[in-house]
Design a protein around this ligand. Structure first.
Ligand code: OFO
Length: 183
């Protein structure tokens, strides 16, 4: 009796996405280590926390494949890209990685829609929402560095930014949570 509720193509796509989440975690880990080595302990803290989040995303997909009776395929993770050259570039790269990850997630969503696998479609909606949040968070970072002076930010502004990021919450507020009292 076949107890696998996932198609072959969706199993492959989910496994691939699981590895992408692990890769994203390595990227945040590596940028965090870079930030710390530059003396930006707050930015490093923010990035390390995010590395953990990505690892959790990886775990969610792994569990989902197993719970649907599919086969998990743990593979090698590609090395993270080169370190950023400054804080502005670091935040730009973070934003770009999140946008690329959103594109990858949308592909899995589309595949589940085409195959009418509503369980996977439903599961992936969590990731769609999460990516909206993470893109918002990355955009906030870009706004903050812009206010601090972008590539020309002076040490005082970078100092404040670094201090603030240590306590910046991991989750961004989404438009769908806004009310007139609390925009
Ligand atoms: Fe950056 O988010 Fe995972 O999915």
């Amino acid at each position: 009796m076949n107890t696998n509720r996932l198609s072959e193509t969706l199993t492959a796509a989910l496994n691939e996405q699981m590895t992408k989440e692990a890769h994203a975690s390595q990227i945040y880990l590596s940028y965090g280590a870079w930030a710390d080595s530059q003396g930006f302990g707050g930015i490093a803290n923010f990035l390390f926390r995010h590395a953990n989040e990505e690892r959790n995303h990886m775990m969610k997909i792994l569990e989902y494949i197993l719970k649907r009776g599919g086969k998990v395929n743990v593979t090698a993770i590609p090395a993270p890209p080169a370190n950023p050259v400054n804080v502005q570039k670091c935040f730009e790269k973070v934003f770009q990685h999140e946008v690329d990850n959103t594109t990858a997630i949308y592909k899995v969503v589309k595949m589940s829609l085409v195959q009418e696998d509503w369980a996977t479609w439903n599961f992936m909606q969590w990731f769609v929402k999460e990516q909206t949040e993470e893109e918002t968070l990355a955009l906030d970072l870009l706004d903050k560095i812009k206010i601090a002076g972008g590539e020309k930010a002076d040490s005082n502004s970078i100092y404040s930014l670094d201090r603030d990021l240590k306590s910046t919450p991991d989750d961004a507020t989404l438009a769908q949570d806004a009310t007139t009292e609390n925009p």
